[in-house]
Write a protein that binds this ligand. Structure first.
Ligand SMILES: Cc1cc2nc3c(=O)[nH]c(=O)nc-3n(C[C@H](O)[C@H](O)[C@H](O)COP(=O)(O)OP(=O)(O)OC[C@H]3O[C@@H](n4cnc5c(N)ncnc54)[C@H](O)[C@@H]3O)c2cc1C
Length: 474
């Protein structure tokens, strides 16, 4: 009997496994693929995800394998630099191959004690009052107290639950792959520049060693479960460029669509959904992986609290209440970005207008805070603007605030030096530091770094400790 079985060892599943292990939860991750993916798709980790990595002591590993790039220019690929003074200690983007970030997260989960079983596809589930029975493709049955579907956009877990996934189907499809070409670079560059005047989802970029990264609109919407063939690429290239550039010897070939869908529910009893299993949208702006990892960060400590037995009644349901509106907002901003990529005269005019508006710092800042998720504010009720937001990595007497959050516990950051976490000290740390660079007497941080309370009154604090961390020990 495991505490939690996670279906899928993509970035969301691996992050969730690591978060659960911080609280000694017995975790098994089931991954249907026998080996890690070979697709070398470069993804961007935005500011909030970098902050999460810093909060768990993972940022150095990520920086060693990725390339720091400016944070601006991602909203609808409008090339505006980020405004100065962004509210983060990590105001940049890290470009990193998706297989590398997946490996780093999986390694971390395993280091912390998670079990990962590859070649194990979840095919069935049944739940009762005590737990969930998970059935694998080879007929084996496993038991756990909870199951989390982190099994991607075509989630088996979501389908088995019968949870609706309404939204818009793919209208277009894009082929993506790495291969060699048969014509000189100069010839390719001239043709690509000409086509990019009118088509944005098209490029042939040298990747090193004679390999090109090729992205080209497909002729129509095919079966996403089937990988495309080299002939599909040749046809698509001829249709758009009049030549197939002599492409040959592919390393890998893939396709992606522009469907936008959101799960109707994130929880049915003892089964939850996270990451692409709960939401899909076009890749413009580079938010999908970030959103999934942030779902896992929100869910991990809550599910651990449920298992450890101290979760207040509504805590686990706050996962959907907090994260579904964030996904709704991401879906909406990608819908808007897709319109802005259209080469029709109307959307082009709107794009020109928005480009002008982004010269206003507030507009630019708003869009960047949205796309990097540092602007997320959960609804914790009435209170100062900081309530429900994440706190940036401020300076404290011991160095940086985030280095105090590595263990995934709550933190009382106390400038008054007269408050206490009392019977919650097994779940919440206390830092009394009158010098902390904080514009409030005292804040209570959840394990995900969001501000759960602001004030200086012990009784009020105790009420909020109960609200988020359950009954005090003893
Ligand atoms: C071209 C492109 C560019 C992108 N660029 C970015 C970017 O810059 N930034 C960004 O944030 N996002 C980006 N994304 C999106 C990102 O790749 C996804 O959002 C991300 O992979 C979702 O992670 P996940 O773990 O939720 O799901 P997945 O990565 O899909 O992982 C799901 C895992 O579950 C496994 N699985 C599936 N079914 C089962 C089953 N039945 N049993 C067990 N295991 C199962 C799968 O094998 C897989 O390993 C991009 C996507 C595309 C297509």
């Amino acid at each position: 009997m495991f505490d939690v079985i996670i279906a899928g060892c993509g970035p969301t599943g691996a992050m969730l496994a690591a978060e659960l292990r911080l609280h000694d939860v017995r975790v098994l991750v089931l991954e249907k693929e026998t080996a890690p993916k070979s697709f070398v798709r470069i993804v961007g980790l935005h500011m909030r995800s970098l902050e999460l990595m810093a909060m768990r002591g993972l940022l150095d590993r990520v920086l060693r394998h990725g390339r720091q790039r400016p944070a601006g220019g991602f909203f609808a690929a409008i090339p505006k630099p980020a405004p100065k003074g962004l509210d983060s200690a990590h105001p940049y983007l890290v470009g990193i191959p998706q297989p590398v970030i997946e490996r780093l997260l999986e390694e971390r989960a395993v280091e912390l004690g998670a079990q990962v079983r590859r070649g194990s596809a979840v095919t069935g589930l049944a739940q009762d009052d005590e737990g969930v029975t998970v059935e694998l493709a080879d007929g084996e049955r496993l038991r756990s107290r909870y199951l989390v579907g982190c099994d991607g956009g075509r989630s088996t877990v979501r389908k088995l639950l019968g949870v609706g996934f309404p939204g818009e189907p793919s209208r277009t499809e894009t082929l993506m792959g790495e291969m060699e070409v048969g014509v000189p670079q100069e010839e390719i560059a001239a043709k690509v520049a000409e086509i990019q005047e009118t088509t944005r989802s098209f490029w042939l970029r040298p990747f090193g060693g004679g390999i090109y990264s090729v992205v080209v609109p497909a002729a129509g919407v095919g079966d996403r479960a089937e990988p495309p063939t080299l002939e599909d690429f040749e046809q698509a290239l001829r249709a758009i460029a009049g030549t197939d550039f002599g492409v040959h010897s592919p390393r890998w070939l893939s396709r992606f669509g522009d469907a936008t869908r959101l799960a109707e529910r994130y929880r049915v009893g003892r089964v939850l959904l996270a990451g692409d299993a709960a939401h899909i949208h076009p890749p413009i702006g580079g938010q999908g992986l970030n959103l999934g990892v942030q779902d896992a960060f929100n869910l991990g400590w809550k599910l651990a609290a449920q298992i450890r037995g101290w979760a207040p009644e509504p805590l686990l349901d706050s996962y959907q209440a907090e994260r579904r509106p964030v996904a709704e907002d991401v879906l909406d901003n990608t819908r808007a970005q897709m319109e802005l990529l259209s080469t029709e005269p109307g959307p082009r005019a709107v794009r020109r207008l928005l480009t002008e508006l982004m010269d206003f710092e507030e507009v630019n800042r708003h869009l960047i805070e949205k796309i990097t998720a540092i602007g997320v504010r959960y609804d914790f009720g009435d209170g100062p603007d900081l309530l429900g937001r994440r706190l940036r990595d401020i300076d404290v007497a011991q160095g940086h605030l985030y280095s105090l959050l590595h263990r995934g516990r709550g933190l009382l950051l106390d400038r008054t030096e007269r408050l206490t976490v009392g019977g919650w000290s097994d779940r919440v740390d206390h830092l009394a530091d009158p010098t902390a660079a904080l514009d409030a007497p005292c804040v209570l941080l959840r394990p995900d770094g969001h501000v759960a309370w602001i004030g200086d009154d012990q009784r009020d604090l105790d009420d909020h400790l109960s609200r988020w961390f359950g009954e005090p020990a003893g």
